[in-house]
Design a protein around this ligand. Sequence first.
Ligand SMILES: *Cc1c(COP(=O)(O)O)cnc(C)c1O
Length: 404
Amino acid sequence: MIKDTKNVILSQSSLSTLSIHADEHLSVTADVAPAISVSSTFKLPAQLGVNNYGSETHVYARESTPVRSRLETVLGAVHESGHAVTYASGLAASFALLLHLKPRRLVLAVGYHGTKAVVDLYRKKVAPIETVELMDCLREGDLVWLENPINPNGEIVDVRHYADRARAVGATIVVDATLAPPPLQQPFRQGANYIVHSSAKYLSGHSDVMGGIIVTRCCDAAKQLRIHRTVQGSFMGSLESWLLLRSLRTLDLRVRQQSRIATQLVAWLNCATRGRGYEGIPEGVIGRVRHASLQVLPKGYDLCDAFPNGFGAVFEVEFCVEAHAKVVPTLFQLTQNTTSFGGVHSSAEWRHAIDVCASPRTLRVSVGLESVEDLKRDWVRALNIAKFGEGYTQICIDATKCKL
Ligand SMILES: *Cc1c(COP(=O)(O)O)cnc(C)c1O
C-alpha cells in the first residue's frame, strides 16, 4: 500500500525528483546511497527463474547487477517512461543498436566522426547497407539516424519533421541526444523511436566515467537489447554505473545551468564577430559563432516544445585565421584543452586535429559551471595573447598593479 502511494507520487514527479527517487524501490537495505555492487556473481535462489529485469534476482554481472538496475531505472524515468539499456561506451551502444535494427537503408545525419566509423565497420563486416541522403524519399525499413544538437557546432535539427516523414512510411528514427540530455529535450515527444547517448558527456558531467545508453519506449526491444548485450559483453561496469547514477542526481541542475551560461557566453562572443572588437575581445579574431541560440530555425518549428529548457552547452567559434583556432585552446587558464566535453569544467578543442572534416578555423567549446564573468576574462586573455603575443599578459599585470 505504502509502495503504491509512492508510485503515484513518482508518476506525477518532475525530472529532478525522478533522478533522485526513481530507483528507491530497488534498495534492499536501509542505505540512502546505493552500494557499488562489486560482486561478479550472486547466490542463486532456491528456485532459479528467469532473471526478469526489475526483479531483485541477479545471477551474473555480465547480465545484471543491483547498481546497474538502479541506474537503468533512473535513466528510463528521466526519459519519460523509457526503458534504458547501458553500455560500455556511446559507440558500443550505437553498434548494438545497428545490430538490433538491421536497417535496409540508412540515412545518417550526424556530425560526430565516431558514429560514422561505427557505420563503416557495420557495412564492412556485417551488412553492406545502402546509405541515402536526408532529403531523399524514405522507404519502409529505413533507419534515420539524427544527432541533435549536432556535434561539433551545437545547432539543432527538426526531429519532428523527420519523424513525421519516417512514420508515414514505416521507417525508424534514432536521435543521438548526447549534446542535450533531459531536461533540455525529450526526443520521444518529437517522434523518436530510439534515443542514444554517450553518457561520458553531460549525463555523467564530471569527465570521470565512460558509458553509453540506448532508450526505447518498447519493453520488448529493451529486453532484446539486454539479451544481446549479455552475449556481446558490452555492459557498463559497476563503478561506472555507480558514478553515473551519482551524477544523475544533479542532472537537472547541472545541465540547465551549463546551458544558461553557454548561451550568455555565446551572445557575448557573438558581439565580436565579423572581425569586430568587443569588451576586451580584439578586432579581427572571431569570424562567426554557431549555437542553436543564434540559429535561424525552420518556419513553423516549435522551439519551446523541442527545447523548453535551453539548447545545450556546446558551441563553435570560427576564427578569422586558422592559427588562432589552433592556439587559443592552449592559452586558456580555466577552459581545458580536451577532446571530450560535457564536464563541470569548460573545455575547448581544435576539432580539425581529430576530425579532418571539421574546418581548421573552428574551435568546439563546451561550457561548464564556472561563472560566466570568469569565463569571459579567460576568453579575453586567451584571444589577446593569440593576437598580440605574451606581451599582452605583461600589460594586464601592470594594469592590475596600477589599479591597486
Ligand atoms: C562522444 C560522442 C559519441 C561517442 O561516445 P563514446 O562514449 O565516446 O563512445 C557519440 N555521439 C556523440 C554526439 C558524441 O559526442
